[in-house]
Design a protein around this ligand. Structure first.
Ligand SMILES: Cc1ncc(COP(=O)(O)O)c(C=O)c1O
Length: 380
């Protein structure tokens, strides 16, 4: 059941609140990527958002939700960069102070982005515990309001406004792929998308080096934070109880990708879309590359490098020949697969939907169906 603190109404209210303070981002399509995928891919480009990331949505909604009297000491957060810059910008729009705790190894570009927005950067050790401890000390000392990068209904609702825009532009989408760090993005998007289009399927993608959402989803229990080791610095966070619950409720599957696939995805997106896509944002497209898929028909998929959501749509594929390894990326609609494969797909997706281990049975060595027979090996 959806926790009552994040609803479609909250997301619609967030949209009204942040209207005019953030951008409506474009959706790109590319013929070469479509041809390679045998499908239509749509990229929701949140890299063109204010501060270069969707984080502007959640942070702006959170800061503008607060009463002026509670903002006297400003706001504080901890962040790998994008949320910090977004919070600093929102605070500046409201004329209040923003303090941002960032790990010592943060990229120079991200440190600079926070400072450029007027944020005060405080460096800490590169662990979640260190970030949380320093931010909480600042709250105690200064009375600043803490705005969590993802475990906050106002932040999640802000991120969910992406789904409102996407479904207005592409109302027939069947699938969305999104990156998962702490889970705020996918939580907000999935609440809105499932409310507006219940048939839509949503896949979360994580680096294998920071796979707590994958493990939590597969086991049905919130996994401890990973020893994150990935180039995708925005995805090193760990799910919270709130985002885990939202993901369990609304997301159909969670999969992981390797570091090499992330790098390949970034490069392909740069070359083909001619836009700069950071590692975290390339992760859903990496799932398409790594999973590999063959769909000899006009399937349509969409993805967004910046936020890196991949939105998939199948247009009545009657005779499409899809291999099962395409399952996670595309999800497959009933007409897109042969009858034999379809049963396995439905079992996998069905059990994943119920929080069991159907998707866990699908891994890098191939897909094992519910009867224990490996049907389709993964590409090498
Ligand atoms: C570019 C980018 N994509 C995805 C994410 C993951 O978002 P969330 O932590 O809400 O899952 C982040 C988080 O920092 C990010 O910066």
């Amino acid at each position: 059941m959806t926790p009552p603190d994040v609803t479609l109404q909250l997301i619609q209210a967030a949209r009204a609140r942040i209207d005019g303070k953030i951008r409506r981002t474009p959706i790109l399509e590319n013929a070469t990527l479509n041809a390679a995928a045998g499908a239509q891919l749509f990229f929701k480009c949140e890299n063109f958002q204010e501060v270069g990331a969707f984080k502007a949505r959640g942070a702006t909604n959170a800061v503008f939700s607060l009463a002026p009297e509670s903002l006297r000491a400003g706001v504080v957060t901890h962040s790998s960069g994008n949320h910090g810059a977004a919070l600093a910008r929102a605070a500046r729009l409201r004329g209040v102070r923003a303090q941002v705790v960032m790990p010592r190894h943060s990229s120079a570009a991200k440190l600079e982005a926070v400072r450029d927005m007027g944020g005060e950067v405080l460096l800490c050790a590169p662990t979640l515990a260190a970030r949380e401890a320093m931010a909480s000390q600042i709250v105690t000392d200064s009375g600043a309001v803490f705005i969590h990068p993802y475990d906050d209904p106002r932040v999640i609702a802000g991120q969910g406004t992406i789904a409102l825009e996407v479904l207005e532009d592409l109302p027939e989408l069947d699938w969305l792929l999104l990156p998962v760090g702490g889970g705020g993005l996918i939580s907000g998007v999935s609440v809105a998308a499932k409310a507006l289009r219940p048939a839509i399927r949503i896949v979360g993608v994580e680096p294998a080096g920071a796979d707590d959402a994958y493990r939590s989803f597969a086991s049905g229990t919130l996994a401890p934070p990973p020893q994150a080791n990935t180039i995708a610095d925005g995805l090193r966070g760990a799910l919270s109880a709130r985002t885990f619950e939202l993901i369990r409720t609304h997301v159909n599957a969670v999969v992981t990708v390797s570091e090499s696939a992330i790098v390949r995805a970034m490069r392909t997106l740069w070359e083909q879309l001619k836009i700069v896509v950071e590692a975290s944002s390339a992760v859903p497209y990496a799932a398409l590359l790594e999973v590999g898929w063959t769909c000899a028909a006009r399937a349509s998929v969409s993805c967004s490098p910046a936020v890196t959501s991949i939105w998939t749509r199948c247009r009545g594929l009657r005779h499409a020949r899809c291999e099962l390894r395409f399952l996670i990326a595309e999800g497959l609609t009933a007409h897109a697969v042969s009858a034999r494969v379809l049963g396995a797909v439905q079992r996998a997706v069905g059990s994943a939907q119920h929080g069991r281990d159907g998707i866990a049975a699908w891994d890098r060595s191939g897909y094992t169906d519910a009867d224990g027979q490996t049907t389709i090996p993964q590409p090498t």
